[in-house]
Design a protein around this ligand. Structure first.
Ligand code: NDP
Length: 485
């Protein structure tokens, strides 16, 4: 048996696990390694074994024996069944007080279930969201660990050593008990869907609407990246737009099939929001936009059926073009604020439902570096939560209220022009509808409640009666008095 020299171990050495193991080793940790097929462990040792202290092992038993107590193992295997199989093998070999960390993209309800089962056996289980892809895993991810306070005492210093750093602070915080970390990571991914779709809608308006070239649009994104939209996603958008295809010399974007894939975290975010009753329209529309893009038969059928409508070109004079591009920038910023407001509302509703005490300001802070949605504006988001101004909604914080006020006319023009010319902007328009719904003193929901009472005797409340009092009307016979139930 190997001597217990490692203060941390990684199980699962594909792209994410091997990079995370290297990152850990680069920061002075001694890292035990295990992978189901030993070839991956060998490959890591051959290519990077000299980068730090690694302890390669060939069985789970050897791996566990190589760990110092409290033993801490990070699992980076395929989500779902492989994660359960790996957890079971580790639990059998470990002892009470040891810590198992799942760094995969697990569904937070699975994490809650696993944590309960593993806690019953005296071990700690930490579901930890890891964002930033392979590059982040190697050079500094944003980390969202759940689990017990006790496990955080051991794990905190290790995770802080490898996390990205933003404004001098490591991008990791203890999110809350059991599944809180994976819940926050899930919403992070949902916001990422929204952010990406908004950028895609902006691109479409410039490409089809204004007839601009990919290089011209790339230059616009470069400019936008210098201001309040400064973010990783805007930066990489410019790179994608400027890339040429080696085979044809065309913009690479033009030869990429227009079907956006997804792995499920966006869908989980929307499903969970539906369960919680949280309105995340931007994220929902972003997920559905990807779904529509990935239905080639339906789309080909629509082409064949010749569905009619405007062709997507905007009739805007050269003189007005710059102003319209500026309108798009404002619309993007306002919609982005709505996406974050909705995402944070989901975290807040989830925290209430599952009993987590989540520090929203800290969540915004750890998203400033390492992760895909890292953005300059998360500094102000964090400040808004820190001061309590965003407790109910990010949109109520004076900074963002003003930002939306300033962007608003542009936002409305963009949505209106897009509808006129036939370019779909589902997240721009649903975000605007959410904003208008939120600020409406009276919604048409009264009519829906009337309909529900008519066909299903679901009752309704009255504006002149105490909250909670229920009324029912015998609708078929107008003029009869309401009966209180
Ligand atoms: P994959 O998701 O491709 O998983 C491959 C790893 O899982 C290999 O180590 C493989 O072992 C192991 N594995 C598969 N099936 C089993 C099994 N039944 N029992 C034991 N081990 C098994 O690897 P990635 O590195 O891409 O991702 C790892 C985790 O990190 C996933 O949960 C993913 O969702 C998550 N993640 C990924 C991100 C990314 O950008 N890729 C970002 C953030 C999180 P073997 O070599 O023996 O086949």
């Amino acid at each position: 048996m190997a001597e217990a020299t490692a203060n941390i171990g990684v199980v699962g050495l594909a792209a994410m696990g091997s990079n995370l193991a290297r990152n850990l080793a680069h920061h002075g940790n001694t890292v035990a390694l295990f992978n189901r097929h030993y070839e991956r462990t060998e490959k890591l040792m051959d290519e990077h074994g000299d980068e730090g202290n690694f302890v390669p092992t060939e069985s789970i038993e050897q791996f566990v024996a190589a760990l110092k107590k409290p033993r801490t193992a990070i699992i980076m295997v395929k989500a779902g069944e492989p994660t359960d199989a790996t957890i079971n093998a580790l639990v059998d070999a470990m002892e009470p007080g040891d810590i198992i960390v799942d760094g995969g993209n697990s569904y937070f309800k699975d994490t809650i279930r696993r944590e309960k089962a593993i806690r019953a056996r005296g071990l700690h289980y930490v579901g930890c969201g890891v964002s930033g892809g392979e590059e982040g895993a190697l050079n500094g991810p944003s980390l969202m660990p759940g689990g017990t306070e006790e496990s955080w005492k051991t794990l905190g210093p290790i995770l802080k050593s490898i996390a990205a750093v933003a404004e001098g602070e490591p991008c990791v915080t203890h999110i809350g008990e059991n599944g809180a970390g994976h819940f926050v990571k899930m919403v992070h991914n949902g916001i990422e869907y929204s952010d990406m779709q908004l950028i895609a809608e902006s691109y479409d308006l410039m490409r089809r609407g204004l007839g601009m070239s990919t290089d011209q649009i790339g230059d616009v994104f470069d400019e936008w990246n210098k201001g309040e939209l400064n973010s990783y996603l805007i930066e990489i958008t410019s790179t994608v737009l400027h890339q040429k295809d080696a085979k044809t010399g065309k913009p690479l974007l033009d030869v990429i099939v227009d079907r956006a894939g997804m792995k499920g975290t966006g869908t989980w975010t929307v499903e969970t929001a539906l369960e919680l009753g949280t309105s995340v329209t931007g994220i929902g529309e972003a997920v559905f936009a990807r779904a529509l893009s990935s239905q080639p038969q339906l789309r080909a059928g629509a082409q064949k059926a010749g569905l009619t409508g405007p062709d997507g070109s905007l009739s805007i004079s050269d003189a007005d073009r710059a102003a319209f591009i500026e309108d798009i920038r404002h619309a993007l910023y306002a919609s982005k604020i709505v996406a974050y407001a909705q995402g944070f509302n989901e975290i807040s509703d989830g925290a209430k439902e599952y009993g987590w005490d989540i520090d929203m300001a800290a969540v915004a802070r750890i998203w400033r570096g390492g992760c895909i949605i890292r953005a300059q504006f998360l500094n102000v988001v964090s400040d808004a939560f820190q001061s309590g101004e965003a407790d109910v909604s990010l949109l109520f914080a004076p900074y963002f209220k003003k930002a939306v006020e300033q962007a608003q006319d542009s936002w409305r023009r963009v949505v209106a022009r897009a509808a006129e010319c036939g370019i779909p902007v589902p997240v721009f328009s649903s975000s605007l509808a959410y904003y208008d719904g939120l600020r409406s003193g009276r919604l048409p929901a009264a009519l829906i409640q009337g309909q529900r009472d008519l066909f299903g005797a679901h009752t309704y409340g009255r504006v002149d009666a105490p909250e909670g009092a229920a009324f029912h009307t015998l609708w078929a016979e107008p003029g009869r008095p309401e009966i209180e139930e």
